[in-house]
Design a protein around this ligand. Structure first.
Ligand SMILES: [Zn+2]
Length: 69
């Protein structure tokens, strides 16, 4: 189980993982968990040191290439 805790947010009617902030619009906790398990529980890199813009672009390009395959 990648996400240790999944909560229901009545305000947005979404399930969310408070750890990584990922949300699922599934109303059923089991469905939400299944959706969230497709992604790693990674904390958004807001607090991480800023990478150089060039490096970021390279990363994004690699990601999109993987998706298209
Ligand atoms: Zn998570």
């Amino acid at each position: 189980m990648k996400h240790p805790l999944i909560r229901w947010n009545p305000a947005t009617k979404e399930h969310l993982c408070p750890n990584c902030g990922r949300t699922s619009d599934a109303t059923n906790i089991a469905d939400a968990q299944e959706q969230l398990e497709q992604h790693n529980c990674e904390i958004p890199s807001v607090e991480a040191p800023r990478a150089e813009p060039g490096m970021k672009t390279v990363r994004l390009n690699r990601k999109s290439q993987k998706r298209s395959l």
